[in-house]
Design a binder for this molecule. Structure first.
Ligand code: GLC
Length: 536
């Protein structure tokens, strides 16, 4: 079985150039919505495996798979009941083993999601802790506390869940009445990372997946594991949500770094540069960089970039601040525009031309980049899902984040002219697809030079061919109002974020552009909301 594989069975990369991740383009597969191999309406591992050639052809370096572990799916699989098992909805251990093997044969790396802040309330440890009652040593692996108030009827402190409501739930059983902490849904109890058994367990989980051959981990809520000693009150009202970057007693505590130094030493024991990328929402980019010190993690998503508007000055400021923050720790910037938690950037920025320009801009910046499935098709957010099909747990709880994360998780259209557009569902897909997605499908866009899919393919091809792209430096150039222009070795990028066409001297030969452009007499007119790549 999979567990018995020698550590390097899948490793075909040992001894190759170092630092692959510093320039990598990594494609996020939201497994349930990518491709459905068995027609039950849910994407799965065999479905994703069958689409690996598509990803190879697209030109990405690696794939990040969102959680496919045994889970009741209270929060899209981020509620893990067994970290070493595949949920039957997604397949089997053999399926993930096959997927990793095929990916490596295509020279694609595979990153899996690791969810260490909390588990599912159906995890064996938590079920046992509940059963054994107050005082049981098993409760120490979580945060159980007596309540406040005369009868213990009030939560132990004033923390709220990111999904809304208190971050504490009271155990109802007779003679119990303790409360347990959950920063997310009540079905996601937080682990107590001060407990050595928790630390040991995650070391073992890391090794389990590394032995199977995965190339790295995306660490869910990487900034949340360690809580301030004594679980102190915040003392004032904070608006909770994933995007919250206030200083809080349960986020970005200095103690998390010891955990990542430990994990880094495990990753480094394996051949082929296995990596970890942090999902860490921190108050500043400098705080993010702390996760990327040379003996800690490799990448951290740049959420300031995700949250920025379509605005030249704002983007330039964030780009500069990012590069300045990463330099002292010698880490690459990690750019991202969309993921499974935010509104798709086509909709956020307000138009397809902007989304296309934004993609070219991002892919020209120094560092690595994450793409979210469907952005290469220019998919918009689905904003009219009926409440009856929604699954986002925060939708069902008050005063938390807006609860609208289902709209970016609608299954991918691959081809055909009606739902499920080749996704594979024999009847309805788990979230319904809009009635007019046939023109956005992979099949419809393939071979159409004006399509967004072909734009991404061309951009990723050039990114591999032009030595100046990926990791490295950037130099800003003079540009008209609303235009950002920067040079990389042998390359220039110009993007017009203004409302009107802008004119400037052509800095080279057009290599790629998000809209048709005309260069005449050494001058280029850059359409509004467009980006041009120049070979110099
Ligand atoms: C991360 C995930 C999100 C999940 C949360 C709790 O932010 O990206 O989808 O709900 O963690 O695990």
């Amino acid at each position: 079985m999979t567990q018995e594989l020698a550590p390097d069975v899948h490793d075909r990369s040992a001894g190759r150039h170092t630092g692959w991740w510093r320039s990598a383009v990594i494609y996020q597969v939201y497994v349930r919505s990518f491709a459905d191999g068995n027609g039950d309406g849910n994407g799965d591992l065999p479905g994703a495996r069958a689409r690996l050639p598509y990803l190879k052809d697209l030109g990405v370096d690696a794939v990040w798979l969102t959680p496919f572990y045994a889970s009741p799916q209270a929060d899209g699989g981020y509620d893990v009941a067994d970290y070493r098992a595949v949920d039957p909805m997604f397949g089997t251990l053999t399926d993930i083993d096959d997927l990793v093997r095929d990916a490596h044969a295509l020279d694609l790396r595979v990153i899996v999601d690791l969810v260490p802040n909390h588990c599912s309330d159906q995890h064996e440890w938590f079920k046992q802790a509940l059963r054994e009652g107050p005082g049981s040593p098993l409760r120490e692996r979580f945060h159980f506390r007596p309540g406040k108030g005369e009868q213990g009827e009030l939560p132990p402190n004033d923390w709220n869940s990111l999904f809304g409501g208190p971050a504490w739930t009271r155990v109802e059983a007779e003679g119990d009445g303790e409360w347990f902490l959950h920063l997310f849904a009540p079905e996601q109890p937080d682990f107590n990372w001060e407990h050595p058994a928790v630390r040991d367990e995650f070391r073992s989980i890391l090794r389990f997946w590394l032995d199977l051959g995965v190339d790295g981990f995306r660490i869910d809520v990487a900034h949340g594991l360690v809580k301030a000693a004594g679980l102190p009150d915040i003392g004032h009202n904070v608006e909770m949500g994933l995007l919250n970057t206030d200083e809080l007693p349960f986020f970005d505590q200095d103690g998390v770094h010891e955990i990542y130094r430990d994990w880094r030493s495990i990753l480094d024991e394996y051949p082929g540069e296995r990596i970890a990328v942090a999902e860490a929402w921190t108050p500043t980019l400098e705080r993010s960089a702390r996760y990327l010190r040379p003996d800690e993690l490799h990448q951290a998503f740049n959420f300031e970039y995700v949250m920025a508007g379509w605005d030249a000055a704002e983007l330039r400021r964030i780009i500069d601040e990012t590069l300045a923050a990463m330099a002292p720790v010698d880490a690459p910037a990690t750019w991202v525009l969309s993921n499974h938690d935010v509104v798709r950037h086509r909709t956020r920025y307000g138009s397809l031309p902007r989304a296309r320009a934004a993609a070219l801009l991002m892919l020209a910046l120094p560092g690595s980049t994450y793409l979210y499935q469907g952005e290469e098709l220019g998919l918009p957010e689905v904003t009219d899902l009926p409440d009856s099909v929604r699954q986002d747990p925060s939708f069902f709880r008050d005063n938390g984040q807006e609860g609208l994360r289902d709209g970016c998780r609608v299954p991918i259209p691959w081809g055909g002219d009606r739902p499920s557009y080749g996704f594979g569902a024999s009847e309805g897909s788990w979230l319904p697809q809009p009635a007019r997605w046939q023109d956005l499908s992979v099949q419809a866009q393939t071979g159409d030079p004006g399509s967004t899919l072909e734009l991404y393919r061309a951009a990723l091809r050039l990114r591999r061919e032009l030595p100046g792209l990926g990791d490295g430096e950037l130099e800003w150039l003079e540009a008209p109002e609303g235009v950002l222009a920067f040079a990389r070795p042998g390359f220039v990028c110009t993007v017009n974020l203004g409302a009107a066409e802008a004119e400037m001297a052509a800095p080279g030969e057009v290599a790629l552009s998000s809209e048709p452009v005309v260069v005449r007499g050494g001058l280029v007119r850059i359409p509004a909301d467009s980006c041009i790549w120049w070979a110099v």
